[in-house]
Design a protein around this ligand. Structure first.
Ligand code: NAI
Length: 267
């Protein structure tokens, strides 16, 4: 895993960083000697995650920052950006990862749809729009990694609000990538990260043991960082049903195409 943004003394911000995939990513960044800010809505999880991060951080507590944030609220994200810059300076890696999946129905309450779209889609829009201008202007390689879902591509039956939110993440991240590519002297790139089935509090449903075939958060983060460092825009983590689901929906991208055959993003 080698990318100029993923370097000691550089700074990473991870939303939803107090649990699951986000925490695994934050642990990797801390282990690399980066300054790490985890931003999460859950204060208890933030406290526990902070202790775990300090334990692995090269440079200890000085490298770790935790901020309580609701990513669906623009002002929270603006305050987050200012707080990170004041403490650590330039931001090199932004992982827009906070997400919820409480379940939804097509004709279910509007508040539920708004909450799911607010966190999963607006959270990623707020994060990208608030952080990207300085990440571009600072003129050094920077990464924006947005966490989508295969459900945003295959739109399986059930949970329509989640599917819509994640389809929006895909479309937004593609648009952001076009924008970054067309911005003169921009060394920031955007990446759409689509995990497979990862065993986390979001998917555990009361299970204690990882189900066969599920990824650990650490595995999925290692896979993602390797592909991002190699320049992939799409990082689709293969799992059992992704190729089948794509085929069933007659979506022409094979999983391998998404991961391997996209042109590298070197400018
Ligand atoms: P998780 O539930 O372990 O972690 C999500 C974190 O987001 C939690 O710490 C939660 O407190 C935080 N969060 C929720 N609402 C927030 C808000 N409004 N503002 C800030 N933080 C908030 O979940 P997991 O599995 O690690 O998921 C991370 C991302 O990966 C999500 O976007 C999810 O949709 C996506 N994903 C997960 C998959 C899986 O199999 N676990 C598969 C595909 C996508």
């Amino acid at each position: 895993m080698s990318h100029p943004a993923l370097a000691p003394d550089h700074t990473a911000v991870v939303t939803g960083g107090a649990s699951g995939i986000g925490l695994a990513a934050a642990m990797r960044f801390a282990d690399l000697g980066m300054n790490v800010c985890i931003a999460d809505a859950d204060e208890t999880r933030l406290r526990e995650a902070r202790a775990r991060l300090i334990a692995v951080a090269k440079g200890g507590e000085a490298r770790i920052m935790t901020v309580k944030v609701d990513v669906s609220r623009r002002n929270d994200v603006i305050d987050l950006e200012q707080a990170v810059r004041t403490r650590f300076g330039a931001v090199d890696v932004l992982m827009n990862n906070a997400g919820i999946q409480p379940g939804s129905k097509m004709l279910g309450p509007q508040e539920n749809w708004q909450r799911i779209l607010g966190v999963n889609l607006w959270g990623i829009i707020h994060g990208s729009q608030v952080f990207a201008p300085d990440m571009i202007a600072q003129g050094r390689p920077a990464l924006i990694i947005n966490t989508g879902s295969k459900q945003g591509i295959t739109t399986p039956p059930g949970d329509p609000a989640y599917n819509v939110s994640k389809a929006g993440v895909k479309a937004f991240t593609e648009a952001l990538q076009h924008e970054l590519r067309n911005t003169a002297d921009c060394k920031a790139t955007a990446h759409l990260f689509i995990p497979g089935f990862v065993f986390t509090p979001l998917t555990a449903n009361g299970r204690v043991e990882k189900p066969a075939g599920a990824w650990t958060p650490e595995q999925t983060v290692d896979f993602m960082l390797e592909r991002v460092a190699a320049g992939d825009f799409y990082v689709l983590c293969p799992d059992n049903d992704v190729p089948r689901a794509l085929d069933e929906r007659r979506i022409l991208w094979a999983a391998g195409d998404l991961v391997e055959n996209r042109p590298p993003l070197s400018r």
